[in-house]
Ligand binder design. Structure first.
Ligand code: FAD
Length: 334
C-alpha cells in the first residue's frame, strides 16, 4: 500500500472516555516525527463519549483529530476496533502510526498490520528518522535486551510501531490549542463482534499499582532478602508518597506481585525520582527505569552496575540505610 499523505497518526487509547497517558505521551515524539516527515500529527480516538479525550489530544498538540464515537466501542473488542481502524487507514492512507504497547495496543497493532499488509515494530524504546531512507527508525531491545536493534519498514505503508507506556514523557499541555476534528460514522454490525465483555475482574488482591504515572518510585530487589524485606521499602514509599517497584528477581521469588515489576518484562517508568534498593542494575532492569529524572541507588557492593547510571549512590546495607532515610524524611516533614 502506498501512503496518500505524510501524516503521522497516534492512537489515543481511552478508558471511560478519557485519554490514557500513553497516547498523550506518544503525541510528543509524534510531533517531532510528523514535522520531520512533513505531515500533520493526527490523533485517532475510538471509544464512547470521548469529549474529554478530544480536549486532551488538542492540548497535547494534535493538528487533526479523527473521532469514532459509538456505543459498540465502549469497551475494547478486537473485531470492532480493528475493523474501525482499518477503515480509517484505508480512507486516508497515512505514512506512519504509533500505538501504545498496552494490552489493547498489543492486541490491536499486529492485527491491523496484518490486515494492511505492512510491518510492525513492537515495544519500541526509541523513535527517530533514518537519514538515508527517510523511514522511521524504530529502536527496540533484542536478544534479551543485550542489543538494541534499529528497524526500518522500507517498502510498505503505513509504518506501524508500538511503544510502551512511560518511554516518552508527555509535553506540557496547552489548553489554548485547537485541532481540526473529523468525526467518522463507522458502524460495526453486532454479528461482526465475536467476543463479548462479560465482567471486569480486578487483578487478585490488587491495590492499584500505577508505576507508569508515579512521580516517585522506591524499588526493591533481591537485596531486600525476602518478602519481609519489602516492609521498610513500603514504609519509605509511604513517607515519600511513592509507589513501590521491584526487580524481576524479587517478583520471581514470589516476594511481591508482578504488577510491581520494573524492566523489560515489567513496566517502563519515568518518575522524577527512582530509588533502587538492593538492585544490581541488570540491563533488563535498566531498560525499564533509565528514563527516570533522578536515580538514587543503595547497594552494599560499590561495583554494582546500577551505580553507573545513578545520579546519587549510597554504598551500604539497606537494612541500615533505609531506616535512616525514613527517619530523615520524617524529620524534614515535621
Ligand atoms: P541481583 O542481580 O541478584 O542483585 C541484588 C543486589 O542486591 C546486588 O547488587 C547486591 O549487592 C545487593 N544487595 C544484597 N544485599 C544487600 C543489602 N543488604 N544491602 C544493599 N544491597 C544489597 N529484571 C528486572 O528487574 N526487570 C525485568 O523486566 C527483567 N526482564 C528480564 C527479561 C529477560 C529476557 C531476562 C533474561 C532477564 C530479565 N530480568 C529482568 C532479570 C535481570 O537479568 C536480573 O536477573 C534481575 O534484574 C536481577 O534483579 P536484582 O538486581 O534484584 O538481583
Amino acid at each position: 500500500m502506498k501512503a496518500k499523505n505524510k501524516d503521522l497518526w497516534v492512537f489515543i487509547e481511552t478508558e471511560k472516555g478519557r485519554a490514557r497517558n500513553v497516547g498523550l505521551e506518544l503525541l510528543n515524539p509524534g510531533r517531532k516525527l510528523a514535522d520531520r516527515q512533513g505531515g500533520k500529527l493526527v490523533a485517532v480516538i475510538i471509544g464512547t463519549d470521548v469529549d474529554e479525550a478530544i480536549k486532551d489530544s488538542e492540548a497535547y498538540g494534535a493538528d487533526h483529530i479523527i473521532v469514532v464515537d459509538a456505543p459498540e466501542f465502549a469497551h475494547y473488542t478486537t473485531d470492532a476496533y480493528v475493523d474501525a481502524f482499518t477503515t480509517l487507514v484505508n480512507e486516508d492512507l497515512p505514512t506512519s502510526i504509533l500505538i501504545g504497547a498496552t494490552n489493547i495496543g498489543r492486541d490491536m497493532a499486529p492485527r491491523l498490520a496484518c490486515r494492511l499488509k505492512t510491518g510492525l515494530t513492537a515495544d519500541c524504546t526509541g523513535l527517530s528518522i533514518d537519514e538515508e531512507s527517510s523511514c522511521i527508525l524504530w529502536t527496540r531491545p533484542a536478544f534479551g535486551g543485550n542489543l538494541m536493534a534499529n528497524i526500518i519498514c522500507p517498502d510498505h505503508r503505513p509504518q506501524i510501531g508500538t511503544v510502551r507506556p512511560g518511554v516518552f514523557k508527555k509535553k506540557e499541555p496547552d489548553h489554548s490549542q485547537h485541532a481540526e476534528i473529523f468525526r467518522k460514522d463507522i458502524c460495526i454490525p453486532e454479528k461482526r463482534i465475536r467476543t463479548k465483555l462479560v465482567e471486569i475482574i480486578n487483578e487478585l488482591g490488587s491495590e492499584l499499582v500505577d508505576l507508569e504515572g508515579a512521580e516517585i518510585i522506591v524499588s526493591g530487589g533481591r537485596g531486600v532478602g525476602g518478602p519481609e524485606g519489602f516492609e521498610p521499602i513500603r514504609e519509605l514509599a509511604q513517607v515519600l508518597g511513592a509507589t513501590v517497584g521491584a526487580s524481576r528477581a524479587a517478583v520471581d521469588a514470589g516476594w511481591i506481585p508482578h504488577a510491581h515489576q520494573v524492566g523489560q518484562t515489567g513496566k517502563t517508568v519515568s518518575p522524577k525520582l527512582y530509588i533502587a534498593c538492593g538492585i544490581s542494575g541488570a540491563i533488563q532492569h535498566l531498560a525499564g527505569m533509565r528514563g527516570s529524572d533522578c536515580i538514587v541507588a543503595i547497594n552494599k557492593d560499590p561495583d554494582a552496575p546500577i551505580f553507573k547510571i545513578a545520579d546519587y549512590g549510597i554504598v551500604g546495607n539497606i537494612k541500615e540505610v533505609i531506616p535512616a532515610l525514613i527517619d530523615e524524611v520524617k524529620k524534614i516533614k515535621e
